[in-house]
Design a binder for this molecule. Sequence first.
Ligand SMILES: [Zn+2]
Length: 265
Amino acid sequence: MRPTRVALLDGGSMAIDGYKVYWNRGPGGDIRFPVYSVLVDHEDGLFIYDTGFDLEHMTKFVPQDQAIQAPDQTLPGQLAKLGLKPEDVTHVLSSHLHIDHAGGHKHFPGATVVVHEDEYAQASNPPLFEKLSYSDLNYDAVLTAKRDKVEPPAGAFEPKYRFIRGDVEIAKDVWLWETPGHAAGHYSLMVKPAGRRPMLFCGDVAMTPRNLELLCLGSFHLDPTRAIASLQRVIKLAEEHDAEIFCSHSMPDFVTWKKAPEWYE
Ligand SMILES: [Zn+2]
């Protein structure tokens, strides 16, 4: 059996105000933060958890988030560092479908997209305040048409989906824990590499460790009550499994982590 290993793929960075990272707390001022994907090389397949943002989309439609991405920070560029190609990826595991977590799904048209069924439903019919968050659904012409309430073009591309709810062990020692609130159907990922303590990627439940320490949400959330419960759940899961928590958007931590072409194994 092939030992499970994990690589972090650097997808560039964005900047938002401190009051958006720490709701009603701040301090204010731009915080530049990393966007990354988690690649899991497993006996059962090559999984990628989240796919970052698409630079062209961000520059055109969300310039206020000041996205920066060098050519080698695209997913094909990052996979090449590991000697891999987008076609090698078998499953895209979605924490949720926001622009900075699903912007690279389009690179994997042959992969199965694993997503919470409530998240797909939310992306297909977002309320006004979430429209920008779900503005990049370019990997799925059928979903885009649903959201825009138009007929899909003839022969429109729709990825293969696996819709899930509840906690799911996707493959041995690869868990998706249901952690909603930030988004309708949000998942955190826990992986146990062969020779290391489990790694718990909590997605946008906590952008940074300070969100966890203060039990302070970011200002983007669908349901703050469920989002707080998810913060508490992540802390509890980490304790129960002796897992190391990796927050989604913390630059001081990200710069210290191993990135592709290195593996956690
Ligand atoms: Zn998000």
